[in-house]
Ligand binder design. Structure first.
Ligand code: FAD
Ligand code: NAD
Ligand code: FES
Length: 285
């Protein structure tokens, strides 16, 4: 059991959790994740370690409620517990010296990109962040990014905050004006990561994406998270989750992520109905 020390929403359906996990906090490195179960009978879901304090013994998780498990998790409060938490899992981000690195976060992907931005900055790199959201309230961790990056560009699809357009539009603009950019890290929706790869490929800029296939065990045993990179099958949980963006088969990833779509939709609807009954019990007006 892992106790939740702090919990609050930072965007619509996106909640920040500080969770007691002393061993994970001591060992984790940027880019790694944990697999948690909210209840003993629930499914196991992967979540990136957004931050950690090894002395105080906590890790931070930032969770977007998209289906039954993440929506159940987002109902928990400080003082509640997670049934179990395993990690740190996956390969840490590779951190080298670059001329200028750009970290691109799309929506909740910014939470996954943030620890890598911190690690790149700690290694002495100039780091530019582009953090996008549908509108102002979906742009997360702007202050935190400003504390570690040399430049931060929020973007919104509707123009309600920062640059008006997709993160990829801002990235293309920056690449055109800054020849020092030689490394890009992108995390977010699959179509966004695909689009980032297409923007950087003609410039030969080294580009890394953090992939989000369906995961089950997180230890390389089940094959659930297999992805195709450079024509080879790789397991995102042990070989990744970060891979060379120019070698990833994004279409296959998008197709595989839809495998259980009908079932996920059914469980999500079931959850919505149970929530409705909880808030409006039979017999209430
Ligand atoms: P489901 O009912 O299982 O799915 C609901 C919707 O989410 C469906 O559209 C489905 O296609 C999609 N989905 C299912 N599994 C995934 C997945 N693995 N990745 C993306 N979409 C998925 N989410 C966060 O909010 N914060 C994080 O820090 C975070 N880190 C992740 C790190 C890794 C290495 C991976 C692989 C995924 C991460 N995710 C993160 C995604 C998160 O694991 C999924 O959103 C979660 O498993 C969905 O479970 P669910 O039961 O709530 O929804
Ligand atoms: P969203 O759909 O609101 O998109 C966020 C931003 O990404 C947009 O504002 C835009 O700037 C950019 N974007 C989206 N589609 C694009 C496209 N086709 N081309 C260029 N840029 C595009 O994001 P959300 O609702 O916060 O969802 C977050 C997504 O991140 C989910 O799809 C989820 O599956 C994914 N995710 C990824 C990981 C990972 O490890 N890679 C982990 C968790 C969630
Ligand atoms: Fe089972 Fe990666 S999640 S092999």
């Amino acid at each position: 059991m892992n106790r939740i020390l702090e919990a609050h929403f930072i965007a619509p359906e996106v909640k920040y959790f500080r969770v007691e996990a002393p061993k994970v906090a001591r060992k984790r490195r940027a880019g790694q994740f944990v697999i948690i179960r909210v209840t003993g009978s629930g499914e196991r879901i992967p979540l990136t370690i957004a931050d950690a304090d090894p002395e105080a013994g906590w890790i931070a998780l930032i969770v977007q409620g998209v289906g039954k498990t993440t929506r159940t998790l987002n109902q928990l409060q400080a003082g509640d517990t997670l049934h179990d938490l395993a990690g740190p899992l996956g390969m840490p981000s590779e951190i080298h010296e670059y001329d200028t690195a750009v970290v691109v976060g799309g929506g909740v992907g910014t939470a996954i990109a943030y620890p890598t931005a911190v690690a790149l900055a700690d290694a002495g790199n100039d780091v530019i962040a582009i953090i996008g959201g549908r509108s102002r309230e979906f742009v997360i961790l702007e202050d935190e990014m400003r504390a570690v990056c040399t430049e931060v560009y929020p973007t919104t699809d509707d123009g309600s905050h920062g640059f008006h357009g997709f993160v990829t539009d801002k990235l293309a603009e920056l690449i055109a004006s800054n020849p020092r950019i030689d490394h890009v890290v992108a995390v977010g929706p699959v179509p966004m990561m695909h689009a980032v790869a297409d923007v950087t490929r003609p410039h030969g800029i080294d580009t890394v994406v953090s992939l989000n296939p369906i995961m089950v065990d997180g230890t390389g045993m089940c094959g659930g998270c297999r992805v195709s990179v450079g024509g080879e099958t790789r397991f995102a949980c042990v070989d990744g989750p970060e891979f060379d963006a120019h070698l990833v088969d994004f279409e296959l990833l998008a197709r595989r992520n839809k495998t259980y779509g009908a079932f996920e939709h059914y469980r999500n609807e079931e959850f919505t109905a149970s929530e409705h009954d909880r808030v409006n019990p039979p017999g209430s007006c």
